[in-house]
Design a protein around this ligand. Structure first.
Ligand SMILES: [Zn+2]
Length: 475
């Protein structure tokens, strides 16, 4: 496609949509990415890949095995997501709109158009809106069967390199049993095509988990967790790596009318987000770097699950078009150290996500010397909607509107949370936030608006679009 990705499903970090995307594509892209997210979170193979992705930042092997496993499901995921995206258009807007959408896809993106075309045995059956509604369900369920692999039959504990994964799946018996791409192909062939190739449904059945329990979320999660435990059986950080991924797939998605618009966030996903990270050894040196900055902000990162005793804080600096994060890592004993830092630093603090502040907000407000305390929520709003609603109960919210998106700002007792939303979701928020007794106010303090816009820019500039965007540099 010209101009890069329209959307990105970022595993446990949720979906990001290109902020410059043509407005009439937003809902289609959200529907597309939502299909990916559903296929990941409700299947064993999908959850396992998400779990490995989450551990990828602390364990190199997890990242390598994840990338290798991904290649055996990427194709079927795309075929399903592209087809469901278009079928939803047919279901909601009718046949002629659907035909237009297919033509437009053909012009816009040949790769995706091919993914669409490959399932012509299915989508070719659509004559009216109801056909589309039915086929969406059927296609989703076939895809879920393809991805609900019995991981306990795969020797994940022995996977060390990409080669190990490839040689396992290259075996045709394993491929038909355990590769979601192949399983999906077989299922589509058996149900929708009249030919004799690729009809080894027996292998699909052999490689599946107990399909009678496909709607039992706990069972699916347990299958993935068992594979994770086997994967790290001999790892010296086993306990931590297992703990880190326990929450994957466990979250129930809350839903209300219009919630889909909040299930993704607008972001600059096609920009070069390369930045360098320099680790600072001592607190003294970190303070010195902070003092050299024209604008003094310390960013406090979300603590890593499984590694809660670590805390990492950072200072962002843009020097000759080079972005650098100076990061300082310390052990945290009962929050003592972080409170010491809050007390002694003359600067504003920006916390990532609500986790820490929702528990400690009173203590934090008392400690810091410059208010407000900022929170930047970098995952789509829907994922933390309830937590934010409760945290800001009785507080205020405002919008800072820009050409392509809006910054949503919550304020209560000198805690200020900001996050990026589509301007189109304002109406839904006005309705839903009332339920938390949060009241809309116009923001008129120019100084505060410009400060939030500055912080929003920094948080976005330093948010990589992939793991490879951040590079460590030496002393
Ligand atoms: Zn996709």
């Amino acid at each position: 496609m010209l101009g890069g990705d329209e959307g990105q499903f970022r595993f446990t970090n949720g979906t990001a949509i290109d902020v410059f995307l043509n407005k009439n594509r937003i809902l289609d892209v959200i529907n597309h990415e939502f299909t990916h997210s559903l296929l990941y979170s409700t299947t064993s193979y999908g959850q396992f890949v998400m779990m490995l992705d989450k551990n990828g930042i602390v364990d190199g092997r997890s990242n390598i095995i994840k990338n290798a496993l991904f290649t055996y499901m990427g194709r079927m995921q795309e075929r399903v997501a592209v087809n469901i995206e278009l079928m939803i258009r047919c279901a909601s807007r009718g046949i002629s709109d659907y035909i237009d959408a297919i033509d437009s896809l053909k012009m816009r993106n040949n790769v995706y158009y091919n993914h669409f075309r490959k399932l012509c045995c299915l989508n070719g059956k659509i004559r009216e809106q109801n056909d589309a509604i039915q086929l969406i369900r059927i296609l989703r369920e076939i895809a879920r069967v393809a991805l609900n692999v019995d991981l306990n039959q795969i020797p994940v504990g022995e996977f060390r390199t990409e080669k190990d994964v490839i040689s396992f799946f290259t075996n045709p018996i394993n491929n038909a049993r355990y590769s979601p791409n192949k399983r999906f192909e077989i299922l589509v062939n058996v149900f929708f095509r009249e030919n004799d190739n690729n009809n080894d449904i027996h292998s699909v059945y052999e490689g599946s988990l107990n399909l009678n329990k496909m709607y039992d979320a706990q069972y699916i999660h347990d299958v993935a967790m068992d594979a994770i435990k086997e994967m790290y059986a001999f790892h010296h950080l086993k306990e931590r790596l297992v703990t880190r991924v326990e929450s994957v797939g466990a979250k129930q998605i809350i839903f209300f009318e219009g919630a889909d618009l909040l299930a993704a966030k607008p972001a600059r996903i096609n920009e070069d987000k390369k930045h360098f990270i320099k680790q600072i050894k001592t607190l003294e040196e970190f303070i010195k770097i902070l003092e050299q900055q024209e604008r003094k902000y310390v960013y406090i990162y979300n603590r890593i699950r499984g590694f809660e005793e670590f805390q990492v804080i950072g200072v962002y600096e843009e020097k000759k078009n080079k972005r650098i994060t100076y990061s300082y890592m310390f052990f945290e004993e009962d929050n003592k150290k972080i409170f010491e830092i809050l007390k002694s630093f003359e600067c504003h603090f920006v916390f990532y996500k609500t986790k820490f502040l929702s528990k400690e907000s009173n203590a934090v407000r008392k400690m810091v010397r410059q208010l407000p305390v900022y929170i930047y929520e970098d995952t789509p709003l829907l994922a933390s909607f309830d937590v934010i609603g409760q945290m800001f109960y009785g507080g205020k919210y405002s919008y800072i509107r820009r050409i392509n998106d809006t910054i949503l700002v919550f304020q209560k007792r000198s805690i200020c949370l900001f996050t990026n939303i589509f301007t189109e979701s304002e109406e839904i928020l006005n309705r839903e936030l009332g339920k938390f007794n949060i009241e809309y106010i116009d923001m008129d303090d120019e100084r505060q608006i410009s400060e939030i816009m500055y912080l929003d820019k920094m948080c976005n500039d330093y948010e990589g679009n992939s793991i490879e965007d951040a590079k460590m540099i030496g002393q």
